[in-house]
Design a protein around this ligand. Structure first.
Ligand code: UGA
Length: 439
């Protein structure tokens, strides 16, 4: 059967999923309650920067395989399979996940479901959510038990969304019936044939795979950042330490990059939501481990501020600081929980004049941090600076010639928060180069 597919929630995850399913040959209807977003997407415009996604979106708006709407009724009429891709941010009042968008999507859609269909959750949720939503859907939907739920967590990385969706490193199918498994295998047939390993499991395991994957990644980053502190106390070099560890295939080199720590719209809030959930479940050993991972990460930002102050001869008052990077990572314009902007804003509050430049995230940064100054290039941000901070490792900054910056700065001092610049090149151009975890 050729399924007609809907994707509820047209944010970063939903827009990527919708465009990729159209690319796999399906007719897709994307849905969002935000009419402005729907209007932009319908014209082939993405509300965020994601390499490769806008051309795919345009291609399938033009091919007619992809449309967007704000109507739950239209979604219910159109789709055989409905993917739920709405956000689950951190709650304002606690570490827990805010499930209000997901609940609203189910409450909005289910009353229109009057025939056999499959609802597939992709959002990151606390374990137990899929089970709760499955009961709620049967209560609300006119088709009752003909509406089934499955959980199919998403593992894509910003900046690699299209590739990670079309060629994922694994596919986790949380299902309760053979029918749900069959439908999902048919939808992902091309991806599975191309080699993606499939794990078929129950709802709780599927939900936990996602939480555990992100928790493991954060633990790996915080582990190497803890080692960076040990390196600083001993004069060792954390980048060489990590390179040596990486030769052990049991450890591996990825996500072993020491520096300012992790940020973004996923890892920090997913770690905290997981802490809140395991606390509720009373699993003390896991709570303690995850809390340490979070605490080590937060301390990186403080450590960066301390190192910057030290390089400003112990005071920020009256100092000009050029900040390179605002996005939470390169190849993204996402500034959610960005370590770079956290540090920039804190240093400004402590008395420095801070000027920020980022290749893609300037509009978002200006909107959220209007009191910081902004420049149109790295050279302009560094103009007159007593200290330059490298906080997001864009290729443009890695390729920068220190001699060019030397001509505009007041003092040749660089603190590399991402351990991504070559100290030898900067030092030979006469700069004082400092980094977290290196002599
Ligand atoms: C993360 C996961 O990597 C994805 O697998 C997951 O699907 C996604 O969250 C999600 O839950 O939706 P993403 O938020 O795009 O993806 O970002 P990452 O590439 O994981 O980077 C996160 C942060 O960790 C960045 O601030 C980055 O600078 C930092 N990082 C990463 C390090 O500090 N060191 C490293 O070695 C690696």
């Amino acid at each position: 059967m050729v399924y007609r597919i809907t994707v509820v929630g047209a944010g970063y995850l939903g827009a990527t999923h919708a465009a990729c399913l159209a690319e796999l040959g399906f007719e897709v209807l994307g849905m969002d309650v935000d009419a402005t977003k729907v209007a932009a997407l319908s014209e082939g415009r993405l509300p965020c920067y994601e390499p490769g996604l806008e051309p795919l979106l345009r291609k399938h708006i033009e091919s007619g395989r992809l449309r967007f709407t704000t109507s739950y009724g239209e979604v219910a009429d159109f789709g055989d399979v409905h993917f739920l891709c709405v956000g689950t941010p951190q709650r304002q009042d606690s570490f827990a996940a805010d499930l209000s968008y997901l609940d609203a999507a189910v409450e909005g859609l289910a009353p229109h479901l009057n025939r056999t269909c499959l609802l597939v959750g992709k959002s990151t949720v606390p374990v137990g959510t899929a089970d709760r939503l499955a009961s709620r859907v049967v209560e609300l939907a006119p088709a009752g038990e003909l509406v089934e739920v499955a959980w199919n967590p998403e593992f894509l990385r910003e900046g690699h969304g299209v590739a990670d969706t079309l060629a994922p490193d694994r596919m986790v199918l949380g299902i309760r019936t053979e029918r749900a498994e069959r439908v999902l295998r048919e939808i992902y047939a091309a991806v599975i044939t191309a080699g993606a390993p499939v794990v078929v499991t129950d709802f709780s395991t599927a939900e936990l795979v996602k939480s555990a994957a992100n928790a493991f990644l954060t633990a790996k980053i915080s582990f190497i950042n803890a080692m960076a502190e040990v390196c600083e106390a001993t004069g060792a070099d954390v980048t060489q330490l990590a390179a040596a560890l990486a030769h052990d295939p049991r450890i591996g080199g990825r996500f072993l990059h020491a520096g300012l720590g992790f940020g973004g719209g996923c890892l920090p809030k997913d770690l905290r939501a997981f802490i809140a959930r395991v606390e509720e479940l009373g699993v003390d050993a896991a709570v303690a481990l995850l809390q340490d991972v979070d605490a080590i990460n937060t301390q990186r930002r403080t450590r960066m501020i301390d190192l910057a102050r030290e390089q400003c001869d112990k005071t920020f008052t009256g100092r000009r600081i050029g900040v390179l990077g605002a996005a939470f990572k390169p190849n993204s314009d996402d500034i959610r929980d960005s370590p770079a902007l956290h540090v920039a804003a804190a240093i400004q509050r402590l008395g420095a004049q801070v000027t920020v430049y980022d290749p893609k995230a300037m509009d978002n940064a200006r909107a959220q941090f209007p009191l910081l100054s902004y420049a149109d290039s790295a050279v302009e941000a560094a103009n007159g600076a007593h200290l330059v901070l490298h906080l997001t490792e864009w290729q443009e900054f890695r390729d920068m010639d220190p001699v060019v910056l030397s001509a505009v700065v007041a003092q040749k001092r660089m603190v590399d928060g991402r351990n991504a610049l070559d100290p030898a090149i900067w030092r030979s151009a006469g700069w004082t180069y400092r980094a977290l975890g290196r002599p």
